[in-house]
Ligand binder design. Structure first.
Ligand SMILES: [Zn+2]
Length: 270
């Protein structure tokens, strides 16, 4: 409940966006290039918004790179490897230009379209894009490149990481989750491990999934430190299974259940 509205309100749309789609319109787009991103926008009066998006995108990229200890060693996502961010002025414009149906129920479509093409497509209706959707999607993009293909680990971990830089979300989760735990409303770790949130239709379950994902990742970093977390990420990248990597990086978590137990204890004492 406390997470989902952002998705509905901001209404992010992600889809396959080859340059072909925009070939006939590309002259309408203004662009702002930074080291790792190109921001496309359609109206001259969005110039300052595009500048802010560009600046914040670089900021999130840097913060994430520092967290996983990665980007400073790699010269990636520059020049023609930059990620593209398309901002439409409004939903009407977006629908007209792309021929997309009325996505009025909101939410984000399957991330895989976005990830394959390193594109973020959105339009801004509310004041939640820059501090919500943008860091979320940038994290997905960076982490996908970091993990490489063929890795199979739980979706909650990916989504937990994606939310780390979403302003206010962590505070919301830390405030609300102890109450959810008290009424046994959380998702047991073995269920969470296999959960595919895109198939989930119960809004409440979706909200709990996102909240718990963020809370668990936040717990790993806050209590055990950034170095250990970065080590864990590298273990995953280098092909360790989720459980193996967890045990290697966190001796305190001898099993998934032990991880869950420690997280629960930490949250209950908040
Ligand atoms: Zn996501």
């Amino acid at each position: 409940m406390f997470l989902q509205p952002k998705y509905i309100k901001i209404f992010l749309v992600l889809f396959f966006l080859p340059s072909l789609v925009f070939a006939s319109e590309i002259k309408e787009w203004q662009q702002k290039k930074s080291e790792h991103f190109v921001v496309y926008y359609t109206l001259p009066d969005q110039d300052s918004l595009a500048g802010e998006v560009s600046r914040m995108a670089e900021h999130y990229y840097k913060v994430l790179g520092e967290l996983i200890g990665y980007i400073r060693y790699e010269n990636f996502w520059t020049w023609d490897q930059r990620a593209l961010i398309y901002i439409y002025a409004d939903q009407k414009n977006f629908m007209q230009k792309t021929g997309q149906p009325a996505w009025s129920s909101g939410g984000s479509a399957d991330h895989s379209y976005l990830l394959k093409n390193r594109v973020i497509v959105t339009y801004v209706q509310a004041d939640g894009f820059i501090d919500g959707v943008l860091p979320h999607e940038i994290t997905h993009l960076v982490m996908r490149d970091f993990w490489g293909t063929g890795k199979d680990f739980p979706q909650w971990f990916d989504e937990g990481m994606a939310q780390l830089n979403e302003t206010h979300k962590r505070d919301d989760v830390n405030r609300i989750f102890p109450k959810i735990i008290k009424i046994q409303g959380y998702i047991p770790i073995q269920v969470l491990q296999k959960m595919d949130v895109y198939r989930e239709t119960d809004k409440n379950a979706v909200a709990i999934f996102y909240g718990q994902s963020l809370s668990m990742v936040d717990f790993m970093i806050k209590i055990y430190g950034a170095d250990q977390f970065a080590y864990f990420c590298r273990q995953l990248r280098d092909g360790g299974s989720f459980e193996e990597s967890l045990r290697r990086a966190y001796p305190a978590f001898s099993s998934l259940e032990e991880f869950e137990k420690k997280w629960l204890r930490y949250m209950k004492n908040k």
